[in-house]
Design a protein around this ligand. Sequence first.
Ligand code: CP
Ligand code: NVA
Length: 301
Amino acid sequence: MAIRHFLRLIDLSSSELKALITRASELKTQQHNGLRHEMLKHRTLAMVFEKASTRTRVSFETAMIQLGGGSIFLSPNDTQLGRGEPIEDTARVLSRMCDAIMVRTFAHEKITRMAAVSKVPVINALTDAFHPCQLLADLQTYQEHRGDISGKTVCWVGDGNNMCNTFIEAAHLLDFELVVACPIGYEPMPALLEQYHSRVRLVRNPQDAVQGAALIATDVWASMGQEAEQIKRKAAFASYQVNADLMSRAASNALFLHCLPAHRGEEVSAEVIDAPDSAVWDEAENRLHAQKALLEFLLCR
Ligand code: CP
Ligand code: NVA
């Protein structure tokens, strides 16, 4: 069977995505009940990290251990990638030894180049353009807390970044409306806005944008690699904080999600993220379960 990569959420069909989310919840229940699966016994995941990570690294490593396999953490400091070995050569070699390659990097093009030469599935663990693994967990979390997301309105508040781009693809696959509230100059990818114009619209004013939204999601104002723009971005996004006032303008019982790490007092207030019923910790945990379902989908077909 042809190998499948997971570079963008739209690498899955709608039905595959729905099945994967349901399977993630099933694996979670089984894990919580002590039922173990060793479906990846003797299999290895190579994990190439060119950016920092807490959740992604720990969830993939834990997933591989719990599924009976193993993983290898590779940072540019420890590999020949840091000394200029071409990424295609790295991908060719890793794919001769390992069963899958997970990559977190800057330009999305790097990961497509790796996938083009890899004999095994390549998984996008975040690029400047997309963060599809996070969306698996986010969609699982919404479904577990509030049920079916189709037909609902979701509001993205803040930077039109890798997370926002991936939310647009999710809106297409799961048939929800996405309202993006971002300042001028910080829009998501124009090509996505055009391609999925029936699912996504820009509303500049966050108070107007959240009206009727069943889910509010946000992310840091300066992503990894944008550290030099931090001061400029803080000023541009000052009126885009998700706080209790903004949440009160959304639909009643609206869910709040944040991929983390969060900057309290910037993109989100402490009262929202630290509310007793905050779903962000379930969202973080779901990275583990969603990625187990993904690994099973890619490696056990
Ligand atoms: N949400 C997320 O990807 O977190 P890390 O950067 O800690 O992996
Ligand atoms: N947009 C953030 C997501 C971190 C998980 C970044 O790219 O840094």
